[in-house]
Design a protein around this ligand. Structure first.
Ligand code: C5P
Length: 217
């Protein structure tokens, strides 16, 4: 039987939101992170990486049963620390704290594909035209969008693959933006399942405004 842990990197500085901690912002009276957790019912072991020294404050504000660990300098460091604190899982899901509405169906698709392939991520095929733009704001070219996907979280992986990937990343000084990239660099297969356009990430103050103003599930 697989044993799942949910790892949540939430230790970002919130610099693009004027220093506000996005996961603690509230919609309908509940912090964004608590909204997100509703999609993961059934996973008991939850580890949240928070800004160093803020574990107690976050625990109080969130009011949830989870393990809080100090995050690291980069997102990948925060995820690695959360993995170390997890209760010996066979498989993990890593979910951005700033994505409040992943949706149960999407979580199920990622878990099923992870069990089958070893690692899986949700993605949406790029439908907009992509331009390369220089520092003056002038277009320098168009990037063909065929085969390009925008990926979301939760990202699923076998825990042993992820541990091995973090060890290699430390030895070879890899800098990555998501866990799938670590696995790719190790030559592991990563499946892509259908993402959901409602699974948005709150990055800027404008994203937050948009999210507050529109319908939610
Ligand atoms: O900056 P970005 O939006 O890509 O961050 C994605 C997630 O990684 C956020 O939930 C953020 O809190 C988290 N993060 C972290 N530790 C860092 C930097 C970011 O846990 N050092």
């Amino acid at each position: 039987m697989p044993r799942w842990s949910l790892l949540i990197p939430a230790a970002g500085s919130g610099s693009r939101m004027g220093g506000k901690k996005k996961p603690l912002l509230r919609i309908d009276g509940k912090p964004l992170l608590v909204h997100a957790l509703a999609a993961f019912r059934g996973i008991a072991d939850i580890v949240i990486a928070v800004p160093p020294g803020e574990g107690l404050r976050w625990k109080r504000q969130l009011g949830i049963d989870a393990t809080f660990v100090d995050g690291g300098a980069r997102r990948q460091d925060s995820v690695e620390r959360a993995l170390v604190a997890a209760e010996e899982p066979t498989h993990v899901l890593v979910h951005d704290a700033a994505r409040p509405f992943p949706g149960k169906e999407l979580v199920k698709r990622v878990m099923e594909a992870t069990l089958k392939v070893g690692a899986a991520i949700p993605g949406l095929a790029v439908t907009d035209t992509l331009k390369r733009v220089d520092a003056l704001g002038l277009v320098t070219g168009t990037v063909p969008r065929g085969g390009l996907w925008q990926v979301q979280t939760p990202q699923g992986a076998r825990a042993d693959w992820l541990r091995e990937a973090f060890a290699r990343a430390a030895r070879e000084e890899w800098d990555v933006t998501d866990e799938a990239m670590l696995l790719e660099k190790c030559g592991r297969p990563v499946a892509v399942v259908d993402g959901d356009p409602r699974n948005v990430k709150v990055t800027t103050a404008a994203d937050w405004k948009l999210l507050k103003g529109r319908g939610r599930r």
